[in-house]
Design a binder for this molecule. Structure first.
Ligand SMILES: *[C@@H]1O[C@H](CO)[C@@H](O)[C@H](O)[C@H]1NC(C)=O
Ligand SMILES: *[C@@H]1O[C@H](CO)[C@@H](O)[C@H](O)[C@H]1NC(C)=O
Ligand SMILES: *[C@@H]1O[C@H](CO)[C@@H](O)[C@H](O)[C@H]1NC(C)=O
Ligand SMILES: *[C@@H]1O[C@H](CO)[C@@H](O)[C@H](O)[C@H]1NC(C)=O
Ligand SMILES: *[C@@H]1O[C@H](CO)[C@@H](O)[C@H](O)[C@H]1NC(C)=O
Ligand SMILES: *[C@@H]1O[C@H](CO)[C@@H](O)[C@H](O)[C@H]1NC(C)=O
Length: 482
């Protein structure tokens, strides 16, 4: 080819590369640059345990302690936990039992239709070094039993953050719960919650003790703004936090899509504002990829790990203070981060999100949530940039060639930055099927959750305050700015 055509060709190729790169300007300090900043909890990524399964996780699943410890090692704070779920509304307190929980099931894969629990349940919860939200029963409409349990929780648990009164009350009629045996609606539920908040809160003689809301249906119906509008000043004194549940569902591709994640979280904007307007935190009290324990083809995959990463960061950016990822029946839980025998890929997403947020005071997103490419920045207490997470949510199934995306960061200082890559063979990789993900070259061991492998950083050159990072489809990259 002639030198002219060659030059034209080179020009077109570099123009194409320049067009495809996405560029983000890292602000020199938090609260500047026209971005929105979320103030951070010490440990925004938490774990929810299904009520009846909690004692098993804590006494009979080896990985539990280590998986929680790994997160604590990053942040210096134990991840917050919540104990609750559908079986909290099937559980009654039994002062006479010396067992944690008493129930029978036809198969170990089943959740019990009803159960009892004793004071040892709360004593076990009190062995945890982090904060605990405890979900108690409202569905059975036995308030004196719930008050008896709440009194034990308050006296036994020095780590008690809040008590929930009922789980996903919109499903009470379908579940045949006695409290909804007459009419049931958001307004009737709100009146019931408000009444119970006052009765339980005053019985345990504690203000700011109730985690209110706890519905799963998409707001505004059954949401915090709607509930708050029904509360008078007496009720509000007893409320500590507002919580909602969220299971976006979908395929691996739709789940991990960054723009879908941002869109899904905007559903909660008005409720978050309403809670913050009361000076109270808004949390996802129970959440995970797909409801009902997860979907086999979706929830255990590396794509779901990438969802866990981006979703927990976008939720935090949206001022959702804590996100409690649900863990159901041991041995029958597609979305669980860990089980008795193997790790779930989603744990890697939670770990990488925590690595970005660790010891940070502020989080911002540099992208508008409308493309497949995300960029987050955390800042330390002095408002200096700490780390950046870059996410390429293009889907890679494992067949065909894997595309990549260039991310350019401007506003950097120094001559180089270190990075850690979150990767796997494809978005469909599952650790229980041999597709072990890696974060900074390291993995978590099946059965124990012990980190293995050599911690590996890549290095990118910073020139003129700018660096370019190549991220394959279905990968994320943590950039250390300090
Ligand atoms: C612990 O788990 C094993 C395996 O499922 C089960 O056989 C055993 O009964 C459990 N032990 C307790 C104390 O729950
Ligand atoms: C509790 O569950 C068991 C087993 O499913 C059932 O036989 C029993 O009738 C239930 N009891 C109540 C009070 O619902
Ligand atoms: C607030 O509402 C509750 C019922 O939910 C009622 O018992 C209480 O007296 C009310 N308090 C005030 C100050 O109006
Ligand atoms: C989150 O809350 C802070 C105030 O604490 C506010 O400045 C910011 O705009 C909020 N973020 C969003 C996304 O609304
Ligand atoms: C993905 O990215 C890494 C690091 O940039 C590279 O070494 C690797 O070859 C890429 N994988 C594919 C399948 O393109
Ligand atoms: C990124 O993709 C381009 C085009 O397919 C390829 O030439 C390049 O090697 C890839 N880079 C990495 C790091 O995988």
């Amino acid at each position: 080819m002639s030198i002219y055509i060659f030059r034209l060709f080179t020009l077109i190729v570099s123009a194409a590369a320049a067009v495809t790169a996405v560029t983000f300007a890292v602000p020199s300090a938090a609260l500047t640059g026209g971005y929105q900043y979320a103030p951070l909890d010490p440990a925004p990524v938490g774990i929810s345990f299904e009520f009846f399964a909690f004692p098993s996780y804590f006494t009979n699943v080896t990985a539990t302690n280590q998986c929680l410890t790994n997160l604590q090692s990053l942040t210096g704070t134990w991840p917050p936990i919540r104990i609750g779920g559908t079986t909290q509304d099937r559980a009654l307190y039994d002062a006479a039992t010396s067992s944690y929980v008493v129930y029978t099931v036809a198969s170990p894969a089943d959740a019990p239709a009803n159960l009892t629990f004793g004071s040892r349940f709360m004593a076990l919860a009190n062995t945890y070094k982090g904060s605990v939200v405890l979900g108690l029963n409202r569905g059975k409409n036995q308030i004196s039993n719930t008050i008896a349990a709440a009194k034990v929780a308050v006296s036994e648990m020095t780590n008690l953050l809040a008590i929930e009164l009922g789980n996903e009350p919109e499903y009470y009629p379908k579940d045949g719960q006695p409290i909804a045996s007459g009419a049931w609606s958001p307004a009737i539920d709100a009146a019931s919650q408000n009444n119970w908040d006052i009765l339980v809160g005053s019985a345990v003689n504690k203000k700011s003790i109730i985690q209110a809301g706890n519905s799963n249906a998409s707001p505004p119906e059954w949401g915090a703004a709607e509930l708050i509008a029904t509360e008078n000043s007496t009720v509000k004194e007893y409320v500590k936090t507002y919580a909602h549940h969220n299971y976006p569902g979908g395929s691996v591709t739709s789940l991990m899509s960054h723009s879908n994640i941002a869109t899904n979280l905007h559903v909660f904007d008005a409720d978050v504002s309403a809670a913050l307007g009361e000076g109270k935190p808004y949390v996802f009290g129970e959440t995970n990829s797909v409801s009902g324990g997860g979907a086999a083809g979706v929830s255990p995959t590396f794509g779901a790990a990438l969802w866990t990463l981006d979703y927990s960061l976008r939720a935090t950016y949206s001022n959702i203070s804590r996100t409690y990822f649900h863990h159901g029946t041991v041995g029958n839980c597609q979305y669980c981060f860990w089980g008795r025998y193997s790790m779930g890929a989603p744990y890697y997403g939670a770990y990488a999100a925590t690595a970005l947020l660790a010891k940070a005071s502020y989080l911002t997103a540099l992208d508008t949530g409308t493309t497949n490419y995300a960029a987050y920045v955390t800042f330390d207490a002095n408002k200096a940039p700490l780390r950046t997470m870059l996410y390429n949510s293009d889907y890679y199934s494992g067949s065909g060639s894997r595309s990549n995306q260039s991310f350019v960061l401007t506003g950097l200082s120094g001559s180089s930055v270190r990075t850690k890559r979150l990767t796997a063979a494809s978005a469909l990789s599952r650790q229980d099927q041999g597709g072990v993900p890696k974060f900074g070259g390291q993995s978590f061991t099946d059965g124990t959750c012990v980190i293995s492998g050599t911690e590996t950083f890549e290095t990118a050159v910073v020139s003129g305050g700018q660096a370019t990072f190549t991220i394959n489809a279905s990968e994320a990259l943590l950039v250390y700015l300090q």
